[in-house]
Design a protein around this ligand. Sequence first.
Ligand code: NAD
Length: 461
Amino acid sequence: MSETTYDLVIIGAGPAGYVGAVRAAQLGLRVACVEKEPELGGTCLQVGCIPSKALLDSSERYHETLHGLKAHGIAVSGVELDLPAMMARKSKIVAKLSQEIPVLFKKHGIEHSYGTAGLVEPGVVRVDGEQQSTIRSRHILIATGSVPAGLPGIEWQERIGTSTEALAFPEVPRRLIVIGGGAIGLELGSVWRRLGAEVTVLEYLDHILPGSDAEIAQLALRAFKKQRIGFKLEARVQSAVVENDECIVRYNDTEELRGDRVLVAVGRRPLTDGLNLAAVGIDTDGRGFIPVDRQFQTKVPGIYAVGDVIGGALLAHKASQEAIACVEQIATGVGWVNYDTLPNVVYTAPEVAGVGQTEEQLVQNNVPFQKGQFVFRSNGRARILGQTEGVIKILAHQQTDRVLGVHIIGPRAGDLIAEASVAMEYGASSEDIARAWHAHPSLAETIKEAALDVDSRALHA
Ligand code: NAD
């Protein structure tokens, strides 16, 4: 049994863990990172953001080739889907990116340890891998992430699975039932719809995209319906079973829906299995998340947690930023995350993105605000791209004009939202955005126009 002493041991090599390890090493800490999976990168890289976006891109090209090229004067025939090749491309992207993490570790002198880490006592972690080892470290950072949540009444089986299975279906299902109208359900539902599946989303709430600005979520619902994705809202799913190779999903006591595969996408739960939190006296909250203070420290001095395992928005970039702030705090005494400017993106077509407060939150908090908006169909670049569906809205404080929220549905919303995030980080007013340069013709001009519209002076509306 080997034993080594470090400044920091990080448990988990996802976007929180490996990014935190690199930053800590940059700051001169001696770092070890323990990961139970043979490949590094966590959910985001292995079975989340990266493979799903690869399939979103490929399926969008397939769909565009079939239905969008005619308008450009391009005639195509004999277009065929080669699903194994599409899947292989996705896997290659994942493999390439995963291979880069050990290179980063080597470059920064980070010790990578393969195995499942459990806490023994403050400052001591046991790793069960090919061999058992003990790591001693002044600080321990838990970055173990989350796993898909299940539903009572549903057992995982061949045709009823999570996003992990839906990223690798062996064939295009004829009828796909998606339980949950959040980011995962809509992104993967879009992939399979574009590839030809009949997709129905069952959502418990009376709207999709919980937490998004209501007007944007409503427009998103309309856009997805136009793509002939079916929706059953206010549908409380109670069970799903497979009978004779057919999936039967029962909801609202009396209703049922039949399909060939079921994707359960009803949220994720924190992953703390095997961590042995009890050994150091850390309790999780009612939903299983690890409570931490503003410095990401648990109730045990020297033990920290970041990312999905502490709750909040379950987003890779949020996890990375928390890990950076946490290790900067450990190394320098200063580390900070500004959640007010954290962007959220759903990579459907059109994309949906938001940052800051929604219109509903401002109304609820009695914050006086002005709203400016601009539709993509009035933007030259959107017309050129042939992607004119969508709107951008900017919510600015009525007296100070400070931007409080930006919400977009439209082409490349996920890229456009970055400008809004940066502007808000610097405390920009809508007037600041309106007066800043925006190249012509670009989609970014929609932001300028929406900012001008806060003062009712949009130029192209
Ligand atoms: P989610 O929480 O975003 O959505 C789950 C949906 O399932 C909710 O709308 C909920 O009302 C519904 N639901 C719950 N129980 C139900 C039931 N019994 N019947 C019908 N509907 C039910 O969760 P998700 O889409 O699974 O995503 C998990 C997490 O991963 C989220 O936090 C999400 O933000 C994150 N994620 C983000 C991205 C992105 O940023 N692009 C992509 C994928 C996942």
